[in-house]
Design a protein around this ligand. Structure first.
Ligand SMILES: CC(C)(COP(=O)(O)OP(=O)(O)OC[C@H]1O[C@@H](n2cnc3c(N)ncnc32)[C@H](O)[C@@H]1OP(=O)(O)O)[C@@H](O)C(=O)NCCC(=O)NCCS
Length: 368
C-alpha cells in the first residue's frame, strides 16, 4: 500500500470538507474551522494521500502548557477504508505529538463506533473514561489515552519493579535502585513491605502512610546505598490535609527521627528546589534519582507519588514509574523507561499547594 502522509495545506480544504461530509453525519468540522485549524500553531492537520486523492486526515491539538496532545478529528474516506491507512495515520499522529514534546495522546470516540475503538485498542490505547451525552445526537463518548514513547524501548539496564500496594511507590523506587547497583539483589514483595516499614511516617494525607524524602534517604542508606536529598523547604512535610491531631503528632515525630538519623549518617541535604540540571548531573554521574511527583498528569489524581529517574536522552528524562494501573489497562510499556520531556518532568515534579519539590539521589555507597 503506497500512501503519503503530509501536513495539510490551505489548498486541501475543499477535499477535507468533502471527506468530512462523506464520513460524518453530525459534529462536522466546518470549512471555516478547517481553515483556522490548519493555520493554527497549536494544531497539526495531517492528510493521507493515495493515488493523488485525499484519502483521510487526522487533526491533533497541542494546548499550551500541558503534556498531552489531543486527537481532535480523524477519518478515512469511504473508498479507502480497511486498507491500513487509519493505522498508518494514527502512528504518524503519535510520532508528531511525541516530537512536539507531548508524553500522552488522548481522544474521544463515539461509544457505538466499534471500528475506531478496535483500532485504538489494537494500537495500545487504554480506556480512561466515559462521558454521557457528549455528541450532538446524545451519544456517549469513550475517552482513551496512550503514553507516547517515540523509539524509546521498554527494557533498560535498570531493573523495573511494579509496586504491589498502592502506598509503596517510594520503597519500590529504592528497590529498583538497589537492584541496579547490586546485581545480586532481586526485588520482591516482602522486601517491598519491609522497606516501606522502614521509610513510612505511618500516616500520610488522608490515606495509608506513604514515605517522605528523609525516610527514603535513611532507608536507602541503611540498605547500602549512598543518598543525597533535595527538599524545597524546611519543616514538616505532607501535613496540609491531615486533620487528626494524633496522626499529625505521629507523622511529626517520625519525621524528626528521620531527619536526626539523616544527619547522623552524614546524608547531604539541600534545602532548595532541585533543577532539571541537578537531575541531569546526577544521572550523568551514573546515579539514579527518586523524585516526588503529583499523580495528576500521570493518572488524574492529586496524590503524592515517587518515580525513579533513570536516564536522560538530551531532551527527556527517562523514568520508571512503579505504578501500573490495571483499571486503566496500563502495561509495563506505560510505566517503564517512559520518556518525559524536561519541561513536563519539572511540571510533574512538585506536590501540593506549596509546590514541594523533593528528590533523593541514589548511588553506590561511598568508598570508606
Ligand atoms: C476508524 C477509521 C479511521 C479506521 O480507518 P481504516 O483506514 O479503515 O482502518 P485500517 O484499515 O487502518 O484498520 C485498522 C483497524 O481498524 C479496525 N477495522 C478496520 N476495518 C474494520 C471493519 N470493517 N470492522 C471493524 N473493525 C475494522 C481493525 O481493528 C483494523 O485492524 P486489523 O486490520 O488489524 O484488524 C475509519 O473507519 C473511519 O474513518 N471511520 C469513520 C470516522 C471515524 O470513526 N473516525 C474516528 C473518530 S474517533
Amino acid at each position: 500500500m503506497s500512501a503519503e502522509i503530509r501536513t495539510a495545506r490551505a489548498s486541501d480544504i475543499d477535499a477535507l470538507v468533502a471527506l468530512e461530509n462523506a464520513v460524518f453525519d453530525s459534529d462536522r468540522i466546518s470549512r471555516r474551522s478547517f481553515r483556522q485549524l490548519i493555520e493554527r500553531e497549536t494544531a497539526e492537520t495531517l492528510v493521507a494521500e493515495k493515488d493523488g486523492c485525499l484519502a483521510g486526515y487526522a487533526m491533533v491539538l497541542f494546548r499550551k502548557g500541558i503534556g498531552v496532545a489531543r486527537l481532535y478529528s480523524f477519518a478515512i474516506g469511504p473508498g479507502f477504508a480497511g486498507m491500513g491507512l487509519g493505522r498508518l495515520l494514527l502512528e504518524r499522529v503519535e510520532r508528531v505529538s511525541y516530537d512536539h514534546g507531548r508524553m500522552m495522546l488522548r481522544l474521544e470516540v463515539r461509544e457505538d463506533n466499534a471500528r475506531a475503538i478496535s483500532l485504538y485498542e489494537q494500537n495500545g490505547y487504554r480506556r480512561i473514561g466515559r462521558e454521557a451525552d457528549y455528541y450532538e445526537d446524545g451519544m456517549a463518548a469513550l475517552r482513551f489515552e496512550k503514553t507516547l514513547r517515540g523509539d524509546v524501548p521498554v527494557g533498560t539496564r535498570v531493573p523495573f519493579y511494579e509496586q504491589t500496594c498502592d502506598f509503596t511507590c517510594g520503597p519500590c523506587c529504592l528497590m529498583m535502585a538497589m537492584a541496579n547497583f547490586d546485581r545480586s539483589f532481586v526485588p520482591d514483595p516482602i522486601r517491598e513491605i519491609r522497606l516501606w516499614r522502614e521509610a513510612t511516617t505511618v500516616f500520610m494525607m488522608s490515606g495509608t502512610g506513604g514515605c517522605e524524602p528523609f525516610g527514603l534517604g535513611v532507608a536507602a542508606y541503611e540498605n547500602g546505598l549512598s543518598a543525597e536529598l533535595f527538599v524545597s523547604f524546611y519543616g514538616a512535610l505532607f501535613l496540609q490535609s491531615v486533620r487528626s491531631e494524633e496522626k499529625r503528632r505521629v507523622m511529626e515525630l517520625a519525621q524528626v527521627d528521620f531527619r536526626t538519623r539523616a544527619e547522623q549518617y552524614g546524608i547531604p541535604v539541600h534545602y532548595r528546589s532541585f533543577s532539571i540540571d541537578d537531575v541531569r548531573a546526577a544521572l550523568a554521574a551514573g546515579k539514579l534519582v527518586v523524585v516526588l511527583i503529583s499523580g495528576y498528569l500521570m493518572f488524574g489524581k492529586k496524590v503524592p507519588h515517587w518515580v525513579l529517574a533513570i536516564g536522560d536522552d538530551g531532551t527527556h528524562i527517562l523514568m520508571h514509574d512503579p505504578w501500573i494501573e490495571d483499571e486503566r489497562r496500563e502495561t509495563m510499556s506505560d510505566a517503564a523507561n517512559v520518556p518525559v520531556p524536561y519541561d513536563i518532568f519539572m511540571q510533574m515534579a512538585q506536590f501540593g499547594r506549596d509546590g514541594l519539590r523533593a528528590a533523593i539521589i541514589l548511588g553506590k555507597p561511598d568508598a570508606p
